[in-house]
Ligand binder design. Structure first.
Ligand SMILES: Nc1ncnc2c1ncn2[C@@H]1O[C@H](COP(=O)(O)OP(=O)(O)OP(=O)(O)O)[C@@H](O)[C@H]1O
Ligand SMILES: [Mg+2]
Length: 490
């Protein structure tokens, strides 16, 4: 389930079927024409694409294939595209490479060669993403896919790193979008089970009637419609990791059956008689207060006890201090590169809005808002409006139902200078609060240099009482406040 996605753009159904079984290490997504390819490239976020040049309506020629290549290069510039064609191979290969294709494979393809080319393209892509991540994060976290500079979250990552090497059951507790699944995968991928399967099952998404056979599998004839034997997810995870997502939603009948499995690592398929023994590492996750539910008898206490060999609590994004901006900038860099846009940063209003927003959907919400903003933004800087967030100043005005109060110079809130000063002041206060008074941290949050920040504090008469919290060693020679500092191009 942690297989990389391969987008195959090909109209020949027989060939598609052949690719499906030849590329067992990949999750193959098929697109039959240019429109499907474009949709899949953005929606499915494939790691690599394989493009046949002969696509309808020009299945005999190459025009539609090249048009598709050009579109893919524009909408997903990070996606390596491997082009294949059976005609005019030299000419088409040169043209494809000139248009930014990663490689060219003649048709009919030698599958062994193609597999090697795909693996190489995947590695290149991973390296590019790794470079981006290192450029965005001040210090790399111990877990590959987790970007964080927050002490609490770094502690979670170190715990996960340590737990990866052992097989104790781990229970991940965190609000939606905090990274439960990302950490569950990390537990699998950083440990000795990485070569076997990571099998995820969402206990809330599958109807109760189907869940049992999904988990345990069934024998032929076990129930109406059971026309053949089916292997369940537990068995599929043998040697690897089973991820039980939304475990709080597991119905009581299945809680009992799962408990039996956790006690001795054996189970029976539905309708089966013999006990099957497996070696499975169980990681579970929920955003529900399981302990409280167990206390109220809504979740079995003995099951909870089996699941939480170790409980890892993932902090919500709003408690991770500078992470909102750190992750925001990382997503911005990644999304604008993959969508071929040139968004360089967030403007002051966006930062104000991002640092005050409560982020109920946590990292997932941030990622979604930034992605949408990259698509919507006109200029080089993303605004609060692009993020569909309300900057705090406007929010206050809205709540009070009147114009800007400070300065009293405007009735309709249109005095730009006053509004800007207030947003600035607001931002400074929030940044200092979040940075717990550290000037360096606040400057990083705001995306300005320390001298610029001192200048701003001076302008707002906030300079004196804050300086005391800074450690003397942190002051560099560039600390003299400059003139004319503004926050509008961060
Ligand atoms: N610290 C992080 N750094 C980078 N990406 C992250 C981080 N945390 C989460 N993500 C990304 O955010 C998205 C949501 O994370 P994930 O699916 O792991 O959350 P979840 O807790 O399982 O959410 P849900 O409760 O909605 O299922 C994923 O795309 C994940 O890769
Ligand atoms: Mg999840």
């Amino acid at each position: 389930m942690s297989k990389p996605k391969l987008l195959v753009i090909e109209d020949d159904a027989a060939l598609c079927a052949q690719y499906r079984w030849s590329f067992a290490g990949w999750r193959v997504v098929i697109a039959n024409d240019r429109a499907e390819a474009e949709a899949a490239a953005t929606r499915e976020e494939p790691a690599v694409a394989l493009l046949d040049l002969g696509l309808p309506p020009d299945a005999e020629g190459v025009s539609e294939g090249f048009a598709t290549l050009e579109r893919l290069r524009r909408i997903a510039p990070m996606l390596p595209v491997i082009v294949s064609s059976g005609q005019d191979q030299r000419e088409n290969a040169l043209r494809a490479i000139a248009l930014g294709a990663y490689d060219f494979c003649p048709k009919p393809a030698d599958l062994a060669v193609l597999r090697t080319v795909l693996d190489r393209a995947l590695r290149l892509r991973e390296l590019e993403e790794e470079n981006l991540r290192l450029a965005a994060a001040p210090r790399p976290s111990p877990v590959r896919d987790i970007v964080t500079g927050d002490d609490g979250m770094l502690k979670v990552c170190r715990t996960v790193e340590r737990l990866a090497s052992v097989s104790v059951p781990v229970l991940l507790l965190g609000d939606s979008g905090t990274g439960k699944e990302a950490l569950a995968r990390a537990l699998h991928e950083m440990g000795p089970r990485a070569k076997k399967e990571f099998v995820a099952i969402n206990c809330a998404a599958i109807p109760e009637t189907l869940l049992e056979s999904e988990l345990f599998g069934h024998e032929k004839g076990a129930f109406t419609g059971a026309v053949r034997q089916v292997i369940g997810r537990i068995e599929a995870a043998n040697g690897g990791t089973l991820f039980l997502d939304e475990i709080g939603d597991l119905p009581p009948s299945l809680q009992a059956k799962l408990l039996r499995f956790l006690q001795d690592q054996t189970f029976e398929r539905v309708g089966g008689r013999s006990a099957i023994r497996v070696d499975v590492r169980v990681v579970s996750a929920t955003n529900q207060p399981l302990e409280a539910q167990a206390g109220e008898g809504r979740f079995r206490g003995d099951l909870l006890y089996r699941l939480n060999g170790v409980t890892v609590r993932i902090p919500p994004l709003r408690e991770r201090g500078e992470d909102v901006m750190l992750l925001g900038r990382w997503f911005l860099a990644r999304e604008s590169m993959s969508l071929g846009r040139k968004n360089r940063g967030f403007d002051a209003g966006a930062i104000a809005a991002m640092t005050t927003h409560a982020w109920p959907g946590n990292v997932r919400e941030l990622q979604n808002r930034v992605r949408r903003a990259v698509l919507m933004a006109d200029g080089p800087l993303v605004t609060a409006e692009d993020l569909e967030l309300t900057p705090p100043a406007a929010a206050v005005r809205h709540a009070e139902g009147k114009g800007v109060a400070a300065g009293g110079a405007d009735e309709g809130g249109l005095d730009l200078r006053t509004a800007r000063l207030r947003v600035e002041r607001d931002l400074l206060e929030r940044a200092l609060g979040q940075a717990k008074g550290s000037i360096s941290a606040a400057a990083r949050l705001l995306g300005v240099s320390r001298p610029t920040l001192y200048g701003l504090l001076e302008t707002h008469g906030m300079a004196t009482h804050r300086h005391g919290t800074e450690t003397p060693g942190e002051h560099g020679p560039d600390d003299a406040p400059p003139h004319d500092a503004t926050l509008d191009a961060v």
